[in-house]
Design a protein around this ligand. Structure first.
Ligand SMILES: *Cc1c(COP(=O)(O)O)cnc(C)c1O
Length: 384
């Protein structure tokens, strides 16, 4: 890597950008062209076509994303779910077995429990916090282990060091959904993970105006994911590439601000008499605070809490917030609040939510980049 890019802040701006600049353009223009003139060469890879994810806008993003996580390679996809499904289907085939964390993003859970059996792929759920229970679930056909850096919406911190070590010891491919931590707070390849997956819809883009995904990691595995993506068709379109590249340039500024404001808000909520519980890895009271401090450079912008008074109190809070918008999704510059039981986890039954430890009254906050004092005043008002 270019030594001038030693800091992630500099890499965000300069890694992957064309040198020399095209016509001197400071910003890489959108190459809104589905196909490109034949340039010679005899392989499929020499054809440039949007679905093959290899136009100039794709290539610049791939190099930038790989540089951010100190990885060998990266690939952008049409959505976070395209990244997750394509990566899993490039690693697993019929007859294979997967160990997968029991608390997952809803789309990922749906992919596994409603689609894998038809594909002949078997799986067992694991507790991401209990590595001693994993060896008993290993089978000769076990191929991979899949976890998330932090669970949604309870913000539990997976034992990521043990996950990567376990995979290495048993010859498994390790995959981690790193959406919540972002490359600013956690870089999975540096901790031994084979593949890091992102919903670029969230923090990477950061402006709640596109849907996209990324697969980052070992070159051979990213290549295999690209081959699978080429036929499954989940390519990112060039204009979305352009917006993602623009959004990513401010990732470090946004995420560090969200780390700071997240901690301020979590501390405020923890001390508030109308709040009975706060889940935030940056709080000393978080059961895995020490692990989070060791792994993460910041605790991020996702918080969940339980107002006293049950579901009615949560609904009242959502009705009364003014600055924060009540909306699903996360990772943008605007602060969003939701009640997971009514949004992200509405598709599972109340019984399953109870088993997953998700109270009906739980409120999730995605902290934006507004002033922390203004947000705290808004939440204080909504809680009073
Ligand atoms: C949103 C999200 C996804 C899915 O991403 P899309 O871009 O909506 O397809 C996957 N994992 C996590 C952790 C997410 O928050």
């Amino acid at each position: 890597m270019n030594p001038e890019y030693s800091s992630i802040d500099t890499r965000l701006i300069h890694a992957g950008e064309p040198h020399p600049r095209i016509m001197g353009a400071i910003t890489l223009p959108v190459f809104q062209s589905s196909t490109f003139e034949y340039q010679g060469g005899g392989s499929y890879k020499d054809i440039h076509y949007i679905r093959l994810n290899n136009t100039p806008n794709h290539n610049a993003l791939h190099a930038k994303l790989a540089a951010l996580e100190n990885a060998e390679a990266a690939l952008v996809t049409a959505s976070g779910m395209a990244a997750i499904s394509t990566a899993l289907l490039s690693v697993l085939s019929s007859g294979d077995h997967l160990l997968v964390q029991n608390c997952l993003y809803g789309g990922t859970l749906n992919l596994i429990i409603n689609n894998f059996s038809a594909l002949g792929i078997e799986y067992d759920f694991i507790d991401g916090d209990d590595p001693d229970s994993w060896p008993a679930l290993l089978r000769p056909a076990t191929r991979a282990i899949y976890v998330e850096t932090m669970t949604n919406p309870l913000l539990q911190v997976t034992d990521l060091e043990k996950t990567a070590a376990f995979a290495r010891r048993h010859g498994l491919i390790s995959l981690v959904d790193n959406t919540f931590a972002t490359p600013i707070n956690f870089r999975p390849p540096e901790w031994g993970f084979d593949l890091s997956l992102h919903s670029a819809t969230k923090y990477l883009n950061g402006h709640s105006d596109i849907v996209g995904g990324a697969v980052i990691g070992r070159a051979d595995l990213v290549d295999a994911a690209l081959e699978k993506l080429n036929i499954l068709g989940g390519a990112m379109d060039p204009h979305t590439c352009f917006l993602l590249q623009r959004g990513m340039k401010t990732l470090a500024l946004r995420v560090r601000r969200q780390n700071a404001t997240g901690l301020d808000i979590a501390r405020y909520l923890e001390s508030h008499p109308a709040v009975s519980a706060v889940n935030y890895p940056g709080l000393e009271t978080h059961p895995r605070h020490e692990r989070a401090a060791r792994l993460f450079e910041g605790s991020g912008g996702m918080i969940s809490f339980e107002p006293r008074g049950g579901r009615e109190a949560a609904d009242r809070f959502l009705e009364r917030v003014r600055l924060a918008a009540v909306a699903p999704s996360l990772g943008g510059v605007e602060t969003l609040v939701t009640r997971p039981a009514a949004t992200s986890h509405a598709s599972i039954s109340p019984e399953e939510r109870r088993r997953a430890g998700i109270p009906e009254s739980l409120v999730r906050i995605s902290v934006g980049i507004e002033d922390a004092g203004d947000l705290i005043a808004d939440f204080g008002n909504a809680l009073s």
